[in-house]
Design a protein around this ligand. Structure first.
Ligand SMILES: [Zn+2]
Length: 283
């Protein structure tokens, strides 16, 4: 009857499975689940060397990877108020205070002025770590001022977007930013100055429904989630299964919503070439 007796599992196999990796030395890729040596990621601009997944990066890293050294922050004095005295499980004023204490002084967007491969540009970079890069009054105002500054200087304006959408803690005031920034971009357009939109993972809600999609060129990072409502909401509304890759950069490019999907390591060169074409006279 020995075949009814459950054999003990070999311990060694279990031990091998549960080996702990030293914290901070290895990173698990969100897409392919492979372990990546953290130092290797620094060399690839935080792109998975195994599957090409683009990890989300911070504002400073983005600016360093695209701009020439020597750029300067603009409109940093603008700070969010709490116009609705919004109080839910987490009061808005407390959230703002906490974020400021963590060094996020620039709200959800940092606007800088500088050069990109010699081209003078004004650039706004949205910060996911600040309330999911939600678009409140300060985000809208800084981007409007950025567009006005580009207009005054006669240079290109670039926005690197990522966002969870409009900031609910500021209610309708957040929604008004969509029209305000769009109107400022229209003035740039009338003056014949280029506006480039760079969409990164994820760009959703009111940001995707306004300035992120208004670029003379809409450039997206590979496999970025770009859309207005989430896929589950859409499926429930239209009662249809969505196609593979729906709302990802490549899908949007093949349907004409995005002009070009550009990997992170080629972004700086691509933007510089686009600016060569858009700003230099050529016949
Ligand atoms: Zn990967």
């Amino acid at each position: 009857m020995s075949w009814f007796i459950k054999k003990r599992q070999q311990k060694t196999a279990v031990e091998e499975r549960t080996v702990r990796v030293p914290e901070g030395l290895w990173v698990k890729c969100d897409a392919c689940r492979e372990l990546i040596y953290r130092a290797e990621l620094a060399n690839t601009r935080n792109v998975c060397p195994k599957c090409g997944y683009h990890f989300r990066i911070g504002v400073a890293e983005r600016l360093e990877s695209v701009m020439d050294p020597g750029y300067e922050e603009r409109f940093g004095e603008l700070q969010s108020g709490d116009p609705l005295a919004f109080s839910a499980a987490k009061p808005y004023a407390d959230q703002l205070r906490k974020l400021k204490g963590l060094g996020h002084d620039h709200d959800a967007v940092l606007v800088v002025e500088g050069t990109l491969k010699g081209h003078p540009v004004v650039m706004g970079v949205m910060d996911w770590d600040f309330l999911a890069a939600s678009m409140g009054s300060v985000v809208g105002e800084k981007l409007r001022l950025g567009a006005e500054l580009a207009l005054a200087k006669g240079c290109a304006f670039i926005i690197v977007s990522c966002s969870g959408g409009a900031r609910m803690q500021e209610g309708a005031l957040s929604l008004m930013q969509m029209a305000k920034v769009s109107a400022a971009l229209a003035r740039l357009d009338s003056a014949g100055l280029p506006y480039l939109s760079i969409l990164t993972d994820p760009t959703t809600g009111g940001v995707s429904a306004s300035y992120a999609m208004l670029g003379d060129l809409n450039i997206a990072e590979p496999k970025a989630l770009i859309g207005f409502a989430g896929p589950r909401v859409i499926e429930q509304t239209i009662k249809q299964t969505l196609p593979e890759g729906f709302q990802r950069s490549e899908f949007l490019q093949s349907h004409g919503m995005v002009d070009k999907v550009v990997p992170r390591d080629r972004l700086r060169d691509f933007v510089a070439t686009a600016l060569d074409w858009m700003t230099e006279p050529h016949g």
